[in-house]
Design a protein around this ligand. Structure first.
Ligand code: PMP
Length: 397
């Protein structure tokens, strides 16, 4: 088959959410909740009745004091974070953590272990190289990062400074999950079993707060804000106190976690706007709580349902769509799949975009499509996409 069937005129209407915006499946920056965006519009002009917008307030003034304190408190409320953990709002993207983590935590001669399950996890290892010995404890590269290694496939070095992994592989569409006794995926938090006493470090950029998470299992977690937390410009770091204050080498003041922990994330002018947006997103997350149910339980249930619509469209397509990830490693956030030919992939993306399903082109290392369905993607968007997939397969299969 060389050319794709055109979309029939009856399908030409653009799909829109209740607010009139189209559905944005981009991998990041990703979609944000409509309520947050409306509030931000107002706050840019005049925040909290102060007569001054959020972009214009002093980062040491009372209005920003409150923005920062509320963002901190909301993060802690979502994550039930104990006192011995700091929440830092840093800059430089998740990528800067690739060197800040080893710079702060790893003595030059002591190895750190890396589990490389995708593009970003490989970057984390690569960018730690200036800080000395490293060990690749496991990799999924042999199968183009389509799976997550089992515990017995991971070989730790004798005494690593930490074990680094990435909980959700944005590009390949795989995620660490707990598998139940029947061998089925629960979609719940699973971590590598690091050697006793060795801190786990997790890049949670693309799935933080998508499901219940116990942060006390980690020494340090980082996440660029532009997917599930807010806007590009800040990276949230959750770090245990003994690691925040660990001293393994001389470092400039602004590269130390301790500086940010002591100065409430504002040793210099912080990304005030990005922090404010995070604070609003955290409140939106908290608003999902129901009597007797934690907000992340509710969000997780919605995310499982959302991904379920699209995975069902893949699995019921009679082989027209092929998913990249192994069934037990499928991501709830980034769903990767292909049509039978690259031409059909292109037609899929073009026709989907014309109907208001935007940002679906897969990364160059996987090809095909990637539907990113972060917390703020409405379930309606996922249902609309699943229906589009069925119609497209029927026209072209
Ligand atoms: N880690 C993961 C899992 C990511 O998805 C990304 C960005 N897509 C990064 C790291 C890099 O983030 P940044 O662009 O904020 O440096």
């Amino acid at each position: 088959m060389s050319t794709a069937a055109p979309a029939p005129a009856t399908h030409a209407a653009v799909s829109r959410s209740a607010s009139g915006r189209i559905f944005n499946f981009s991998a990041g920056p990703g979609c944000l909740p409509d309520d947050v965006l409306s509030q931000v519009q107002q706050d840019v002009f005049n925040i909290a009745g102060s007569g001054i917008g959020i972009l214009e307030h002093s980062h040491r003034g009372k209005v920003f004091d409150r923005v920062l304190a509320e963002a901190q408190q909301s993060f802690r409320a979502i994550s039930n974070l104990p006192e011995n953990y700091h929440v830092l709002f840093m800059t430089g993207g998740a990528s800067s953590q690739n060197f800040l983590v080893p710079a702060n935590l790893k003595p030059q001669d002591q190895p750190a272990d890396y589990i490389t399950t995708g593009y970003w996890a490989e970057k984390s290892l690569e960018h730690a190289r200036p800080y000395g010995a490293l060990h690749e404890a496991a990799s999924s590269k042999d199968k183009n990062h389509s799976y997550i290694p089992a515990d017995d496939q991971i070989r730790y070095s004798p005494s690593p400074a930490y074990v680094h992994f990435c909980s959700n592989n944005t590009i390949y569409g795989t995620q660490w999950h707990r598998i139940n006794d029947a061998g089925a995926c629960t979609w719940l938090q699973r971590d590598p079993v690091a050697p006793a006493g060795v801190p786990l470090v997790c890049d949670m950029s693309s799935d933080i707060f998508s499901r219940p998470v116990d942060f006390t299992r980690y020494g340090l977690v980082y996440a660029g804000a532009q997917k599930n937390l807010g806007a590009a410009g800040t990276t949230v770091v959750v770090v245990r106190d003994d690691l925040a204050t660990r001293k393994v080498r001389e470092l400039p003041w602004l590269l130390r976690y301790e500086t940010f922990a002591k100065d409430e994330s504002r040793p210099n002018t912080p990304p005030v706007f990005a922090i404010h947006i995070c604070g609003l997103v955290f409140k939106w997350i908290l608003s999902h709580a129901q009597p007797g149910r934690h907000c992340l339980e509710v969000i997780h249930e919605i995310n499982v349902r959302k991904a379920g619509h699209v995975y069902a469209a893949i699995d019921s397509s009679g082989g027209f769509y092929r998913g990249h990830a192994h069934a037990n490693a499928r991501s709830l956030m980034n769903l990767t799949f292909k049509c039978p030919t690259p031409d059909l992939d292109d037609a899929f993306c073009a026709q989907a975009a014309a109907q208001g399903l935007d940002g679906m082109k897969g990364h160059r290392s996987t090809g095909g499509m990637r539907a990113s369905m972060y917390n703020a993607m409405p379930e309606d968007g996922c249902k609309t996409l699943a229906q589009f997939m069925k119609d497209f397969a029927a026209r072209n299969g």
